[in-house]
Write a protein that binds this ligand. Structure first.
Ligand code: SAM
Ligand code: SF4
Length: 446
């Protein structure tokens, strides 16, 4: 039988990356091999994101490029998934007549059936219904980039309805997976050689609320920590209002739990936080950071900040800068506020001008650059545990791995190190990565 090829493009966050991994895994079972060559592919899928306008525009550009391809090769199947597809549904099919299939965030498990239907009937498909439980969640998938590290979704959707955010509308309400299902999935991954898992959810700290027995996120972390072969656990994202002292105290207690946390603050102004409906104050946030650093002094803390939310004054913005100075994040994702249809903030009439948003974003990014460089510099001369993920992209004589604090380290080494935890001395630090030299390749014997 002729080999079938899939070309998959992903926009957006880790949740989307993992959705794409699950699509690739499902389609592999239907005989599709992933390819980076779009011309070779018989099936092309774009996994879209609509969290911010920029991601949405990127998806439209990618879609535009496919129009020509379909004209030249009418028998290719083009599918659009993800949250933009969820939001636009039939409008997308109408806008792009060369698209064969539009499917939403709850319908990934239907992909093989949908493709078979298109192959046999030639009809177009729209599948954006919400299901009570998201059936694609439990497909164990190795990462598309690493054999050592994997994502595992522990919950889906969100009930928080922050005033700017479209997630609850396009991914549905919060739903946790059963504890045993997650444990089975992580065990399967460990059996396949995975050493590190990142537990994913829009708000992992409220894990367990929707299932019987309400096990809680700390129970889940302890159980995953017991799985043989799993050396490292990470999780994201944490909502500051739900990050309990119980979870904070687990950092020094569970050896496998890595010393890093992504804790989006969004703003340093209480006035803005209230309008965003974040349900914590800047002081609450600083108290969580102090709590984390008390139990784990070297913990790496990263965050998200939105500038130019409606009504954000110069004084509000200064409070965000002050908070950044107080916390000194290891890394930051910063965004200009982007108006999203259907969210509460659309109704606010005190919008911030585009040039002001741009200037504030530049200020945040340049301060963060300084902080990241300073933080990374403190690692120079230190010896770190590195889990080696693969050959470095820039130099074939180097391998690439991560510290427990999730910083990328490149150092000289070969394929025999992939999947091993080694120690390396940090010799030079940059903004996005560190340079090291191997100290010990068999940590247990050092
Ligand atoms: N659940 C996570 C939380 O509560 O922090 C965040 C998930 S969201 C997909 C990722 C980030 O996108 C948010 O933390 C926020 O900074 C940013 N974001 C979401 N909606 C946005 C909007 N309308 N404009 C700009 N940034 C936005
Ligand atoms: Fe969006 Fe807020 Fe839910 Fe995060 S917690 S996904 S920002 S609504």
């Amino acid at each position: 039988m002729k080999q079938k090829y899939l070309h998959l493009t992903t926009f957006g966050c880790q949740m989307n990356v993992h959705d794409s991994e699950q699509m690739a895994e499902l389609l592999k079972r239907s005989g599709y091999e992933a390819t980076n060559d779009v011309k070779k592919a018989g099936l092309i899928i774009i996994n879209t994101c609509c969290i911010r306008e920029k991601a949405e525009q990127k998806a439209y550009s990618a879609l535009g490029r496919l129009k020509k391809l379909k004209l030249n090769k009418p028998d290719i199947i083009i599918g659009i998934g993800g949250c933009l597809a969820q939001q636009l549904g039939a409008k997308l099919l109408k806008k792009a007549p060369y698209v064969d299939m539009v499917f939403g965030t709850h319908n990934i498990h239907l992909l093989p059936e949908m493709i078979e239907y298109i192959e046999t009937t030639g009809s177009r498909i729209l599948e954006t219904g919400f299901h009570e439980s998201v059936r694609s969640l439990g497909i164990p998938t190795l990462s598309l980039n690493s054999r050592v590290s994997a994502y595992v979704t522990v919950m889906q959707g969100c009930n928080n309805f922050c005033a700017y955010c479209v997630v609850p509308y396009v991914r549905g309400r919060e739903e946790s997976r059963e504890l045993t299902d997650i444990i089975n999935e992580v065990t399967t991954l460990a059996d396949q050689g995975v050493k590190e898992v990142t537990l994913l959810g829009q708000n992992v700290n409220s894990y367990g609320k929707t299932i019987s027995g309400h096990p809680g996120f700390s129970v889940l972390l302890k159980e995953v920590g017991k799985i043989k072969g799993i050396e490292r656990i990470r999780f994201m994202t944490s909502h500051p209002k739900d990050l309990s002292d119980d979870i904070i105290r687990l950092f020094p207690q569970i050896d496998e739990l890595c010393e890093c946390i992504h804790l989006p603050v969004q703003s340093g102004s209480d006035h803005v936080l209230k309008r965003m409906k974040r349900r914590y104050t800047s002081q609450d946030y600083l108290d969580k950071v102090a709590g984390l650093r008390e139990v784990c002094p070297d913990i790496s803390i990263t965050s998200d900040i939105i500038v130019g939310f409606p009504g954000e004054t110069e004084d509000d913005f200064k409070k965000t800068i002050d908070l950044m100075e107080k916390v000194r994040f290891d890394g930051l994702f910063s965004f200009k506020y982007s108006e999203r249809e259907g969210t509460e903030a659309v109704k606010f009439d005190d919008k911030v001008k585009e040039d002001v948003k741009k200037r504030r974003l530049r200020e945040v990014q340049s301060l963060q650059k300084k902080h990241t460089l300073e933080k990374n510099k403190t690692l120079e001369g230190k010896t770190e545990y590195i889990l080696v993920e693969g050959i470095s992209k820039k130099c074939r004589d180097d391998v690439m791995g991560r510290t427990r604090s999730n910083k990328i380290v490149n150092f000289m080494g070969g394929v025999n190190l992939i999947g091993k935890t080694v120690t390396a001395r940090i010799t030079k630090t940059y903004l996005h990565s560190l340079r090291g030299e191997l100290v010990c390749k068999e940590v247990e014997k050092c």
